[in-house]
Design a protein around this ligand. Structure first.
Ligand code: ZN
Length: 222
């Protein structure tokens, strides 16, 4: 087992800018501790991918899995692509959207990720099968009603905000709506977790059900 030293994170999002809006401070907090963070974005375009690369650099992202897929082309055929990224990055945990997000692309992305995590762990299918420990679901516009974890991003907020500004095609929209949203939401989560600013996540435990996994064979439950 790789254990802590090699523990990495894979962030899977629907659109360029979601990675920063939902988890920019958290990504930066981990890269500052030399924990590798990779990002897979399901959609994109030449312009938006350049913005994502600039934002990724500010956040210290190790590797970007880019796509030029249209916004509305997020479907189950993507499970395979996400499995590929999981097998390549071998992340300890995964960060993605929430299935309760009202944006259908976001909730579809979360569902696809959940399926991919199951497939990637099948040692009967993949020689390099990989078992992701848990999935952290982030929030964009839809606030999580039952967050499990608040990551203190007080120190990372400024750089995360500057990463968000790299998504120029988006942040200029509607009177700086996204910048205001990120400001207000991290402040709210900070109030709730007794710090200046925070990002909230709920946790989904993968099922990893089946008889084939050595990890599922135990002699004691406690
Ligand atoms: Zn989005």
């Amino acid at each position: 087992m790789g254990e802590q030293k090699d523990a990495s994170i894979l962030v899977v999002v629907a659109h360029p800018d979601d990675e920063t809006l939902g988890a920019g401070g958290t990504i930066r907090a981990h890269t500052e501790q030399s924990k590798p963070v990779d990002v897979l974005c399901m959609t994109g375009s030449d312009m938006r991918n350049k913005e994502l690369q600039a934002a990724g650099e500010k956040l210290g992202v190790r590797y970007l899995y880019l796509s030029e897929r249209d916004d509305f082309a997020i479907g189950n055929s993507l499970i395979h692509e996400v499995v590929g990224a999981i097998l390549k990055s071998q992340p300890k945990i995964l960060i993605t959207h929430s299935t309760s997000d009202y944006n259908r692309n976001h909730s579809n992305c979360a569902q696809i990720v959940f399926e991919a995590v199951e497939w990637a762990s099948h040692s009967t299918i993949f020689e390099n099968a990989h078992r992701v420990e848990r999935i952290y679901n982030m929030e964009i516009n839809t606030l999580l009603s039952r967050p499990n974890v608040f990551v203190n991003v007080t120190k990372q907020y400024k750089i995360a905000l500057s990463a968000l500004r790299e998504h120029k095609s988006q942040t200029g929209k509607s009177d700086d709506y996204y910048l205001k949203l990120y400001d207000a939401r991290t402040r709210l989560r900070g109030v709730q977790s007794e710090c200046e600013r925070a990002e909230a996540f709920s946790i989904t435990l993968p099922e990893h059900a089946g008889p084939f996994y050595p990890e599922n064979h135990v002699t004691s439950l406690i």
